[in-house]
Design a protein around this ligand. Structure first.
Ligand code: PHE
Length: 451
């Protein structure tokens, strides 16, 4: 059934979509990837991936959702897609649900860190920076999931509350408050970090490309990062676009969302790299995924007004994570309510109640002596790996093939030109990328995972 729900305003629509895109991918994964892959060299390749691949695939998902006016499966069906095609939408929903299970756990960590920053317990007994302290904290959080579980449940309850309120009153209203807040915090922290003594060295690392570190892996990582960060292949953009009014300019919206997402990643670089070099916390053990949860608290511990910076930073992280969990849960909520004609409240409960159990399994599978494994990896890693490395590229590949080759003729043109009511200049280029370049690149990502 085609639906009538729409975002109420242009700004709200952008805020919600940016809210989905800006997440742990920007604040957690991007700095770690940049650090490991030659600083600005990675940044340059990443920017190319965002515009060459990210924007066209985003436009394709928008076109599908707005023309199909339904959830990820229903949109394919409403376009008259033959049998196998709607399975692409079903795969997207499966991927999004798998991601939801473990992303809730990480969102729970961000809440735990926020609460511990507010109460000051994160810094108790930590008069000097000792990496040991935070590493122990981290082990405690991953090893004894009791505390994390409570926090994860709090995030799930918040999701239920927002999603039950619906698209305009829940998702859009929350995004309208959270996104400006996120940008204000980002700018404050940027200002602080860039004026630290010795900030220049970190800035140089971030902005001076070291191409000697670039390998084929760098390019693959940048492509994967662009996919994850822009929320592609998860059914999110199809679902959100089904709430776009007819007048929304799809290409412009895709460019705006991608640029804002990129801007957040770059601002994170401006915050993190000057801060870690300024305090000399560049040790090998402080890199990678520990950068945000371990290294930055170390930095805050050394700064005057420790708690202020810590609260601001983890609030930023929490806001970024929360708006992303909501967007990914909405994929399944829309699916259940559209396909089975249930009310939003029922659909929200059907989707999110099982997540209490599934997210608990993910969290508990991180304990050091866990038996919650699938093959040789933990449940958490299995879901992350299968969804992000396999399902997302598969969905994106078939989405491009469908929109590029098999969709009703002129679907893309009709959607990007708002039914011919405005002149479009980039439509040919986007179609070319969707037909040839994007399928090729997504296939390469996929194949490389198996080699
Ligand atoms: N774009 C999100 C991010 O950067 C990806 C994502 C969205 C993941 C929604 C999960 C849920 O974190």
């Amino acid at each position: 059934m085609a639906k009538t729900t729409q975002f109420a305003s242009k700004l709200g629509l952008i805020a919600a979509t940016v809210g989905s895109a800006v997440g742990l991918g920007n604040v957690w994964r991007f700095p770690a990837e940049t650090q490991a892959n030659g600083g600005a060299a990675f940044l340059i390749i990443y920017i190319a991936c965002v515009f060459l691949l990210g924007v066209p695939v985003m436009v394709a998902e928008f076109a599908l959702g707005r023309a199909g006016r339904s959830d990820a499966v229903g949109s394919f069906k409403n376009l008259g897609a033959r049998k196998p095609w709607w399975a692409v939408g079903a795969l997207a929903i499966l991927a999004s649900y798998m991601i939801l299970c473990f992303y809730m756990v990480v969102a729970g960590w961000t809440f735990e860190y926020l609460a511990a920053s507010l109460s000051g317990s994160l810094y108790e007994g930590c008069s000097t920076a000792s990496t040991g302290y935070f590493t122990a904290k981290m082990n405690e959080m991953t090893g004894e999931p009791g505390g994390v579980l409570v926090n994860t449940y709090i995030v799930i309850v918040l999701n239920i509350a927002v999603l039950m309120l619906g698209v305009q009153k829940g998702i859009e209203r929350l995004s309208n408050i959270m996104m400006p807040l996120l940008f204000i915090i980002l700018l404050i922290l940027c200002g602080v970090s860039l004026t630290l003594p010795g900030a220049g060295e970190g800035l140089e690392f971030f902005l001076k490309p070291d191409f000697s570190k670039v390998t084929s892996d760098t390019v693959l990582n940048a492509l994967g990062q662009a996919f994850f960060s822009l929320s592609l292949g998860m059914g999110i953009l199809i679902t959100y676009a089904s709430y776009f009014p007819r007048s929304t300019k799809l290409t412009r919206t895709a460019v705006t969302v991608s640029m804002l997402d990129l801007l957040v990643a770059i601002l994170m670089g401006f915050i993190i790299f000057p801060a870690v070099t300024s305090f000399g916390l560049t040790d090998e053990s402080l890199r990678g995924s520990t950068l945000v949860f371990v290294t930055l608290p170390e930095v805050f511990a050394l700064m005057p007004a420790t708690q202020v910076w810590s609260v601001l930073f983890f609030l930023l992280l929490f806001v970024a994570a929360l708006t992303s969990t909501i967007s990914i849960a909405e994929v399944s909520v829309a699916f259940v309510s559209d396909r089975f004609s249930t009310s939003r409240v029922t659909a929200t409960l059907i989707v999110l109640l099982p997540i209490f159990g599934l997210a608990s399994l993910c969290a508990m599978s991180q304990a050091p002596d866990t038996t919650l494994t699938i093959g040789s990896v933990t449940v958490f890693e299995f879901l992350d790996d299968t969804a992000t490395n396999i399902l997302l590229p598969v969905v994106a590949f078939f989405t491009c093939i469908y929109v590029g080759w098999f969709a009703p003729p002129k679907l893309l043109y009709r959607e990007v030109s708002n039914r011919g009511s405005m002149a479009v200049h980039t439509h040919g280029l986007i179609l070319f990328i969707l037909r040839f370049i994007a399928p090729l690149l997504t296939a390469v990502i996929l194949i490389s995972r198996f080699i």
